[in-house]
Write a protein of this length. Structure first.
Length: 360
């Protein structure tokens, strides 16, 4: 067995999935383009990590989006020798050259190739993506067609894979990730009852809509890093607190003491509401994307239909005005267990083991 992942330079759901894949296949090497130990989960350091040549460039580890135009040739140049290679891909990992069968677990097709919001940005990475998009899309499609089996993290991603690549993917929901029963690390200056937004600070995550909805009405805690940080802080009022580099113990305390978690993003997989539900906290989220798989309206949260401050505000008011059953929330989160995920991944690998064509 071998595992391939795009890059390990941040905290997020995809990185948690890599940890679960490694637990499903102990001892399997993890190939990745970039690895920044201080910026991602410390547990990853315990794995047999094998970063690529780009990792020698320190600036790319700190600003990984600058490496996007270089990822395709870097991934294609690597040869992964294993009976089965499991690629965890949100962009490039599925392009790895392998000697045996290839299984791709899709977080999403690359946003910088198919996401209009990213392609409209004026960053150097977005400019490069626009310039190279025709060639990168050809490479990307050929790489996707080279897989023996496709798995998708949500129903919406499975549909997107069919639209972009014309492939059929089985939906395998990742686990909630955060163990709700671990230790907690309080934030001394926070009083329970705030709204909580856990997200990478990127424009397409629409954190600004949540900030504007909460403005001067409710205290809001925003947890995450990203290039949109300074702009959001300038826009936020005094009742908005920004935290980054948060440990699992602190995140667990933040979930458990929040009144609600809130998101206006179109997520590929709705991880945050599951983590919150495990801690007994409901969610207010956009009725789109992966949230449709992970939130039960009226049981574990409330939906709103438009990613606009007024719609967010109205849904928050509805959610604050009703009683929620913490046991129902926790029972829902328990359905997305790590053990069930590992079992389904192992079954998928067994289904192709020995059947993959030899790749020269």
């Amino acid at each position: 067995m071998a595992i391939v992942h795009d890059h390990l330079v941040q905290l997020g759901g995809a990185e948690r999935v890599v940890l679960e894949l490694a637990r499903a296949f102990p001892g399997a090497p993890v190939h990745t383009a970039l690895y920044a130990p201080g910026a991602t989960y410390p547990e990853l350091a315990e794995l047999d990590l094998r970063p690529g040549p780009l990792n020698a460039i320190g600036g790319l580890r700190r600003h990984h989006r600058l490496a996007f135009p270089l990822m395709a040739p870097a991934v294609a140049a690597r040869r992964v020798r294993a009976d089965v290679t499991l690629c965890s891909s949100a962009g490039w990992a599925h392009g790895a050259r392998t000697t045996g069968a290839k299984v791709v677990f899709w977080h999403a097709p690359a946003r910088w190739l198919y996401g209009p919001a990213y392609l409209r940005r004026s960053s150097p990475g977005a400019w490069a993506a626009r310039l190279l998009r025709p060639a990168l899309r050809r490479w990307d499609a050929a790489a996707a067609r080279g897989a023996d089996l496709h798995l998708a993290n949500s129903t919406v991603v499975a549909r997107r894979l069919a639209e972009v690549y014309g492939v059929s993917a089985e939906v395998v929901h990742p686990p909630a990730g955060l163990d709700p029963d671990g230790p907690e690390d309080p934030v001394p200056q926070l009083r329970p009852g705030y709204l909580l937004c856990v997200s990478r600070l990127l424009p397409y995550k629409r954190v600004e809509e949540v900030v504007r909805a909460a403005d001067r009405r409710w205290p809001l805690v925003v947890v995450g890093r990203g290039p949109d940080r300074d702009r959001l802080r300038a826009r936020a009022g005094p009742a908005v607190h920004f935290l980054e580099g948060v440990s699992d113990a602190r995140l667990r305390w933040l979930y458990r003491n929040a009144a609600l978690v809130v998101s206006a993003a179109v997520e590929d997989y709705g991880l945050v509401p599951l983590e919150a539900a495990g801690c007994g906290t409901p969610a207010v989220v956009l009725a789109d994307g992966g949230f449709l798989d992970t939130v039960v309206d009226g049981v574990t949260g409330c939906f709103f239909s438009r990613p606009e401050p007024d719609a967010v505000r109205a849904a928050v008011e509805r959610a604050l005005g009703r009683r929620w059953d913490p046991e129902a929330l926790r029972a829902h989160a328990a359905r997305f267990s790590a053990a069930a995920f590992r079992d389904r991944i192992r079954a998928a690998v067994r289904s192709v083991a020995g059947a993959g064509r030899l790749r020269r």
